[in-house]
Design a protein around this ligand. Structure first.
Ligand code: ADP
Ligand code: CDP
Length: 208
């Protein structure tokens, strides 16, 4: 059927890796909502639009429409014919994205794009189960200690573990308004499980 599974959680808790694995097992796409916030941030940085100026930012986004391509193998973001995907995981974008994501106008712009996607899919982010897809068939919320998350992310960034840990804690703090678990979400600590174990736990908890 038209099933929606949501996987929310804190920064670098494993959301996209787990969502991708679950989506592949189910044979459906996954949707990485954070990529749209990251892409909006990249466009703002490149254009020199201040990250907290909602009207200027929205004008720029409407003039440069973004498209999220939600494939099961990996999500891509396009701005016209230019693919932004490889530029979205820099420390510069990491450092600005929570300010852009705090703007209600930007959140409404992202929400509309996500709600237009055809189910079934697995959606991951911060507020997929609480706000964007409250009607989801199954909801999960991933956690892990800041140190574990920083050690994992350090394998994907040039900075060292303490610098990454500090940045993750700062981002969790800025994201806390939109990053509470849904009351009906199942909490999973990914710090003590291998990736396959987390994917298996999600699949085992899905309604038949
Ligand atoms: P998020 O989408 O929450 O930022 P990612 O899926 O990008 O998280 O995961 C961050 C890193 O941690 C990735 O390199 C991923 O392979 C690794 N990872 C995720 N979950 C686990 C796990 N349970 N055990 C070990 N490594 C994991
Ligand atoms: O992978 P990681 O958790 O580091 O980041 P992400 O999921 O790509 O999200 C990047 C940022 O986008 C977050 O820090 C939030 O500021 C914002 N975000 C959000 O506000 N709501 C979402 N549903 C997804 C992301």
């Amino acid at each position: 059927g038209r099933v929606i599974v949501t996987i929310d959680g804190v920064a670098a808790s494993g959301k996209s890796s787990v969502a991708s694995g679950v989506a592949r097992a189910l044979g459906v796409p996954y949707v990485s909502s954070g990529l749209l916030y990251r892409a909006a941030t990249l466009l703002a940085l490149e254009a020199g639009v201040p990250l907290d100026e909602a009207p200027a930012l929205l004008t720029h986004l409407h003039a440069h429409p973004l498209r999220l391509e939600a494939l099961s193998a990996g999500n891509r973001v396009w701005c016209g014919k230019r693919e932004l995907t490889d530029d979205l995981h820099s420390s510069r974008v990491d450092g600005g994205v929570s300010r852009v994501a705090a703007l209600p106008e930007v959140r409404a712009w992202v929400d509309a794009q996500l709600r237009a996607l055809p189910a079934p899919f697995v959606a991951e982010g911060r507020d997929m189960g609480t706000h964007v897809f409250p009607q989801a068939d199954a909801k999960f919320y991933l956690t892990a200690s800041p140190r574990v998350r920083a050690e994992r992310r350090a394998r994907e960034r040039p900075e060292d573990v303490p610098a990454i840990e500090a940045a993750l804690i700062e981002r969790d703090h800025r994201d806390r308004a939109q990053s509470a678990p849904a009351p009906d979400a199942r909490l999973i600590d990914t710090g003590t499980l291998p990736l396959d174990g987390v994917i298996g736990a999600v699949l085992a908890a899905l309604p038949a």
